[in-house]
Design a protein around this ligand. Structure first.
Ligand code: AMP
Length: 479
């Protein structure tokens, strides 16, 4: 059994209704139960006035009902707007206001909330699949509108090029308000698989993560590299203990070479997929299957090549994306749509704000955000490049550079943190020579003035390394 995205219907192919569809901490649902619950969800939503093109805000945190609601919204062609419960009420309120949404589904309570009386209002943009809110520089979240055709492209890409095999079992750890989680949602539904949802409590324990993966036979790992890095403290995170694992899919931040080497050692037969792309272009746009030869040196990994139906190229050093998977625009932000979007050969295009290059063989590279580029004493440097050099220090630990700023915003100094796995305030002995080791790779102005140990690098709710938190940590240490 699987869910046909195009028609919005469940398709019964022989038996299979009893196979697990959703494994969440609160409940497990097989495919027949998912179908029944999604249909009941639709009935209730229709009774409350939800229809095609009307946004439905879904709030919660990894409950089985969250996935049921996402499925129901697909059946009704009502664009879903996932908001994880980790976000404050104020952010939720501003999202509901920007959407002028009349209905919210609370997955933790298992019930709808009517936000305002009267009929639901369809969005001006028709045929959307979802609206994903990302942080905006003005403090107001921006609603990225993704069309139904864009998601069809994502599903086709996963089916044809990811090598996921039959009925994949997805590890679903990223919050639903981060679009990387949609690999798991659409992959599970379209391929008749299973979604194993980890809540924050389970995700925080590497032992628990591995135990759940083994118990439910996870075949497809999906996460940011930071989350995978955290699992390495568990010596049992190995192919021998997780023989069902078939694929690692990474997205959301640079995939460090040292992490790949460690994963290769522990999972010699499991392919590592590096995928890249902003939310504005439906989860991801480029794909690289990491080859052993790419791990022979410490040179940063490419992000691969553009997916079949799209184009990725560099314009004045900036990565630009064109194709049917580019968003229909930010909701109610004509100002941004004018500056960030364009048309190319009749297709929608988006300027990513990422620095990129293309090698002679067509492989693409992302060198970080244009805005992660800093000026220090007149020198221009990329924090990501410093991170990449730090990652090659002995021990292959996670590490991150942080720009400390003066009140006027100017960068005063560069420092770095390295993950040690312990609260010991001293650097591990093997890092005693860190400055000399970095000097072999980096020009003097890119070498941090201090390297500080920290038990674990802080990550954002999306499990990307959080430089702002590191800067605050530095202030506390020096208060
Ligand atoms: P988001 O919209 O939160 O998914 O963030 C997208 C941004 O994360 C991209 O524009 C890149 O700056 C960064 N990013 C995502 N995936 C990768 C990757 N595989 N390698 C390097 N940077 C990445």
């Amino acid at each position: 059994m699987h869910f046909d995205y195009d028609s919005g219907r469940f398709v019964q192919t022989g038996s299979g209704g009893e196979r697990p569809a959703i494994v969440a901490r609160d409940r497990h649902l097989d495919w027949t139960q998912l179908q029944r619950e999604a249909e009941a969800w639709c009935d209730e939503a229709c009774r409350l006035g939800l229809g095609a093109d009307m946004p439905i805000v879904i709030r919660g945190h990894k409950e089985a009902a969250f996935m049921v609601a996402l499925t129901g919204a697909l059946m009704l062609r009502a664009p879903f707007v996932p908001v994880d419960a980790v976000y404050p009420a104020e952010r939720l309120a501003s999202i509901c206001q920007i959407l002028d949404a009349h209905l919210l589904y609370d997955a933790a309570q298992g019930r709808f909330e009517v936000l305002r009386e009267g009929a639901g209002t369809p969005l001006a943009e028709k045929g959307l699949c979802y609206v994903m809110f990302t942080s905006g520089t003005t403090g107001q979240p921006k609603g990225v509108q993704i069309g139904r055709e864009s998601v069809q492209g994502l599903i086709d890409w996963m089916r044809l090029d990811f090598g996921l095999g039959e009925r994949p079992v997805f590890l679903d750890q990223t919050v639903f308000s981060f679009d990387v989680s949609l690999y798991d949602v659409f992959g599970t539904l379209a391929l008749g698989g299973t979604i194993l949802m980890l809540d924050r409590q389970d995700a925080a324990s590497p032992l628990k993560v591995a135990a759940l993966m083994a118990e439910h036979g996870v075949t497809t790992w999906v996460s940011t590299p930071s989350f995978a890095q955290q699992q390495l403290v568990n010596p049992g995170f190995t192919q021998a203990a997780l023989p069902q694992l078939r694929t690692f899919v990474f997205c959301g931040e640079p995939l460090p070479v040292p992490l790949c080497r460690q994963l290769r050692k522990r999972f010699p037969d499991v392919p590592l997929l590096n995928t890249y792309g902003p939310t504005e272009a439906t989860v991801a746009t480029t794909l690289l299957v990491v080859e052993d030869a790419m791990l022979a040196t410490d040179a940063p990994l490419p992000i691969g090549r553009a997916k079949r139906d799209s184009a990725v190229y560099c314009d004045e050093g900036e990565l630009c994306i064109a194709g049917p998977h580019v968003m229909r625009g930010y909701l109610n932000r004509p100002d941004l749509n004018t500056t960030r979007m364009f048309l190319r050969d009749g297709q929608r295009g988006f300027r990513t704000g990422d620095l990129g290059t293309e090698a002679e063989d067509g492989l693409l590279f992302c060198h970080g955000r244009i805005d992660d580029q800093i000026k220090l004493n007149g020198y221009r440097l990329e924090l990501m490049e410093v991170d990449a050099a730090l990652a090659t220090l002995p021990g292959n630990r996670g590490a991150s550079a942080v720009a400390l700023r003066r009140p006027n915003g100017a960068v005063a100094r560069l420092v770095a943190f390295v993950e040690t796995g312990s609260d010991d305030p001293a650097l591990p002995a093997e890092l005693a020579d860190w400055k000399a080791l970095l000097a072999a790779r980096l020009p003097h102005y890119m070498i941090p003035s201090e390297l500080l140990p920290c038990a674990q690098l802080p990550v954002s709710v999306n499990y990307k390394t959080d430089r702002a938190k590191l800067a605050r940590l530095y202030e506390t240490l020096n208060a």
